[in-house]
Design a protein around this ligand. Sequence first.
Ligand code: PNW
Length: 488
Amino acid sequence: MTRKLSRRTFAKIAASATVATTTSTAFGSLDSPFETRLQTTQSRTFPKDFLWGTATASYQVEGAVNEDGRGPSIWDTFSHTPGKTVDNATGDVADDHYHRYKEDIQLMKNLGVKTYRFSIAWPRVFPTGVGEPNPKGLDFYNRLVDELLANNIQPFATLYHWDLPQALQDKGGWESRETSKAFGDYAGYVAERLSDRVKHFFTINEFGAFLEVGHLWGIHAPGLKLPRGRFNQARHYAVLGHGLAVQAIRAKAKSGARIGLAENMTICVPVIETPAHVEATTRAARELNAAYMTVIQEGKYTDAYLSNAGADAPKFTAEDLKVISSPLDFVGINVYTPTYIRADSSPIGFAVVPHPKSYPHMASTWLNIGPEALYWGPRHVARIWNVKEIYITENGCSSSDIPAGDGIVYDTDRVMFLRNYLSQLQRATADGIPVRGYFLWSLMDNFEWADGYTNRFGLHYVDYATQKRTPKLSAQFYKEVIARNAVG
Ligand code: PNW
């Protein structure tokens, strides 16, 4: 009897699922009736006013690299050097967002996002990084911001997403204290002009990526493989640049501007959620982020960081540390993969557990799947440094994304990824961790750095030959999440 009943229930659910599938072929006009939705999501809601958004970055989407006085960036130089990117891809055209931003804002509107995180190309605003500003460059962001606001989408602006003006690289780039100062000046200049409309600024996106990948492994621009001492010094000047930018934005912005950063912390996840492993994970989160988030939050490099570096430790002053730890209004973290930690009896009290060979990943081989990262990342930020306002500034994944016969990408793997990660984010908010918003990476497929156009991260499929954008299944999924303010 019970079996029969449950079968019947199952049949009912299956029938409603069929309805939903039929409607879902008309992406964009998401109209699946509420009564077909499973009623299990009441407890999986997000806080009221949770800010759902998407994210992009200037060099990955804009194109128009020679327009309106933009100067070259290190990514122009790097991507135009043969052999540096897959298929020698460049961002010359990318998504042509510079010309199509209005259309792209309609994509956002259709998703129902309340906010959008974009980045400002420093070489559009200061073609050589310093000196004379280029008003036409800033105008693009004025137009973008106005159009976002006209569509009721809150702009969140990142000031540095890796496109350093080439002229500054020629003078030493992040190995030079002058770059930190120039970054502060540029940040203050932009904040002064946009803060009447932009209320949230991120200084720097992902220290850990542009420094490690670009200055140690040579895989990203500027393609350097620095010896450890010079590398640590570049890291120091980058966090110093962040601090100087925080101070400059505070000094120049209209009142009400809020300042943070968007950092891809190493996200430490306990191998098992026991008190001992959790405690070890907390120690690990401080130590494994010592060069960036920890020094920014605590105003000092950890003893272990300095003693491990030995003679290669960065040179700094007490004043530098004060600047680096200038108070922030919020913290943004980009969350992709977990680093598993276990307790052990070594003096440092933890050990990193490497991923077994069979560990599952998404299309990008580095993107190991670990939904719990979206719980532990914000939890560490809130518990270790008592941060009261947290944003997930990036989360998302690559997928092979091949359009089906009807032209739609049925990216069930991305939907699986998002559903699982978002469930853990919901767990975080339910536990009282103050996560205020989430920016899905990315609005649309774009220039994926050294991977060129091969790894797609978008909710919208971009046909690069025609620049046509088509929502994927995951766009419909995300639209549902936003409409219900729940995941389930
Ligand atoms: C981030 N990793 O980069 C960047 O902020 C985006 O510009 C990029 O498109 C996105 O994530 C997807 O890659 C990362 O190796 C690059 O762990 C590499 C790693 C993490 C983030």
